[in-house]
Design a binder for this molecule. Sequence first.
Ligand code: XMP
Length: 320
Amino acid sequence: MIKEITAQELNSEQFINDKIEEIQRAVGDGMAINALSGGVDSSTVTILGHRALGKRLKTVFIENGLMREGESKQVVDLFQKLGVTVEVVDAKKEFFAALKGVADPEEKREAITQTFYKNVFGRIIKESGAKYLLQGTILTDVDETVAGIKRQHNVFEQLGIDPQEAFGYRILEPLIQLRKDSVRKIGKALGLPVEVFERIPFPGPALSARVIGKVTPERIETVRKATVIVERLLKDTNAFQYMAILHEDRVTGMRDNKRDFGQQIEVRCWNSIDARTATPTKLSFEIFEKLAGEIIRDVPGIVSVTYNIATKPPSTIEVV
Ligand code: XMP
């Protein structure tokens, strides 16, 4: 049982010092690696890890082909400014090969997990001689996995999986007692810029968590284009998280006076504190019109745009 540290209880300075010590004790004079996606959790772990290990922590950005537009460059540039060198590892082919033909949500998650941890990190760990992977799993990830709601891509021990046995390395999870609001506090205390520690959450399986049905490079490109528009138009809402979802079903539409059996984008925009429960944000009709107009104009093949008005539960934040 993991003991939660609530945002009210959290003493950021003490937490940071304790975790730095724990990481140093575990890794000793060896090497560790950590994967940075640019999200709040992995960004926080990156800075914490570098405070603890300095050059003995190698930080990689896995280009899995499922990330948002321009993400790798943005992350590399930002961390360079913070004094952390990030190596980009191109694993696009491996991820698309593992996802090929997979439509079931849990099978998709499993394909991502195996590709990340067994293939890609397995290889990087071997090449670097590191014994530890440092990662930003948080309590909400564990809860939902253990409850059998979603197999979050980064949860092992709580499912009885020993990473050393399964993948050949140990995993350190310094944020596991925290929820998102507390991670933001730690990120802030570690000196991350506000656009990072206040960034909306983004899931480990990345845009593949936002494609219903099969994941192909083309379908990811469609949802990626829609994501750019949704994130730009909703960034001033102060919502917890917002996203575009690509549906599997096609619907009859019309374009240039001809039938167009097109695709559908669903927009979701959530109010939430810690992702355990969430309610849809009350957006103005003006924003809806902008969303629909720009998505239909700029994302090829889309003829329908909808807004999700269900709460979590029974909905979940992502669709996969
Ligand atoms: P759900 O969709 O389960 O999402 O309501 C709750 C929060 O977790 C994020 N999420 C993930 N984060 N690995 C992660 O690190 C995952 O596999 C994963 N799946 C969902 C989601 O974006 C939301 O903030």
